[in-house]
Design a protein around this ligand. Structure first.
Ligand SMILES: O=C(O)CCC(=O)C(=O)O
Ligand SMILES: [Fe+2]
Length: 396
């Protein structure tokens, strides 16, 4: 089981069970722990209600729960040396297979089997729409806090403006502010949480959602073709009502970028995620024991496999661990669109990818994103629960 547990826990946890103490003392310790647990929630709730952007505007140093960086065990590779392949979807569009198309599909397969992500160009969404999406995101976060807090999320909720729900004790907080919205299917939208400012926000997001639906069709088919599978097989597994959820990430500058992380190491629980970056670097993907800084390309979309694509491809495509660094000079914005199989739908390895050489690695799973979330909050990966040898879920 991989544990992406960040070093430098800000609260030392007390394990009193090995200590030989009287019942009274034990009861007292239990009481203290209960009180502490209660206080932990209260303290965190208060802390999280003040957003990172506000702390930066006040010139605050990162409070202890945000401090987490003392992991120098993996080398960092700068973007100039990052050879993450670029896949040209323009080449994949023609219906009669060309040599170039075959080469591009081969490249797609190799990339997803090693990196678990790629930069997509000629993906069908215009550069001007990408710029508009970045622009409305920038304008939204530029507003005064009171304005943004009109659409604040509840502490334990996902949708709305704010921070992630309170993580398990000892896990550090991300140096970022977010706006999360369910965008597809339309009947899941909570329109009261869609910003009214800037005034074009809703129209731009609506158009971007339509384009991302088209992109998921394109990408899912290309991935199936790259594996010599029936073209629609992944789309069928995701289902007509597959979810699209957008997360606008705002990473404020930090006077001490060495102490915090914009987003802690994790693998996504989605099927896959389409990330639009601005021109500030920060995203890093973990590969062969190193953190590779992903270059920013203004007209490209970064497509990153989540655990559910690793399951559907029987482990051929990898769901990479990634994280986000912040810097002291420029804030960074990214827009992540999570594409997840429709609720209540069982997904599993494609039959065509299971054979004697490559036995079935994963079980069928349902609503995996919920399991993923529970582990994420403890700083852990969850894909092991879907492995055939695991006894935690359905039988293989
Ligand atoms: O900010 C980024 O580039 C990546 C965001 C991300 O990994 C996420 O939202 O899960
Ligand atoms: Fe992610």
């Amino acid at each position: 089981m991989e544990r992406w547990h960040l070093p430098g826990r800000w609260i030392s946890s007390m394990d009193y069970r090995h200590v030989n103490v009287s019942d009274f003392a034990r009861a007292l310790v239990d009481h203290c722990i209960l009180t502490w647990a209660f206080e932990y929630e209260t303290v965190m709730e208060a802390l999280l209600s003040k957003r990172v952007q506000e702390m930066v505007q006040n010139g605050d140093e990162p409070p202890p729960p945000y401090v987490c960086r003392d992991d120098n065990s993996s080398q960092t590779v700068p973007s100039a040396l990052c050879s993450l392949p670029i896949i040209d979807f323009g080449l994949l569009a023609s219906s009669t297979p060309t040599t170039k198309q075959k080469e591009e599909l081969q490249k797609l397969r190799t990339t997803l089997s090693s990196w678990g992500c790629f930069q997509a160009i000629n993906h069908g969404t215009s550069s001007s729409l990408l710029d508009q999406v970045r622009q409305v995101a920038r304008e939204f976060f530029k507003q005064p806090s009171e304005q943004k807090k009109i659409i604040s999320k509840g502490v334990e909720e996902f949708e709305g403006y704010g921070a992630d729900p309170i993580p398990e004790e000892g896990q550090s907080l991300d140096w970022s502010d977010r706006l999360c919205l369910d965008v597809y299917p339309e009947d899941r939208r909570k329109s009261s949480l869609w910003p009214e400012n800037p005034s074009s926000f809703r129209d731009v997001l609506e158009e971007y959602t339509t384009k991302m639906r088209e992109a998921t069709n394109l990408i899912s088919r290309a991935m199936a073709n790259s594996l010599d599978l029936e073209e629609n097989c992944f789309l069928k597994q995701f289902g007509e009502q597959a979810l699209l959820q957008v997360r606008f990430n705002y990473y404020s500058c930090c006077a001490r970028p060495d102490l915090v992380l914009g987003l802690k190491p994790h693998a996504d629980g989605s099927g896959y995620t389409i990330i639009l970056q601005d021109d500030v670097e920060g995203l890093q993907v973990h590969r062969s024991g190193k953190w590779f800084t992903i270059p920013t390309i203004s007209h490209a979309l970064l497509v990153l496999m989540g655990d559910q694509m690793e399951i559907m491809t029987n482990g051929i495509f990898k769901s990479p661990v990634h994280r986000v660094l912040v810097n002291s000079k420029r804030e960074r914005i990214s827009i992540a669109m999570f594409y997840t199989p429709q609720p209540n739908r069982e997904i599993g390895p494609e039959q065509g990818l299971v054979n004697e050489e490559q036995p079935k690695m994963f079980k069928k799973v349902k609503d995996y994103a919920d399991t993923h979330w529970r582990y994420y909050q403890r700083g852990m990966r969850s894909i092991h629960v879907a492995k055939c040898e695991s006894e935690l879920l359905l039988d293989c």
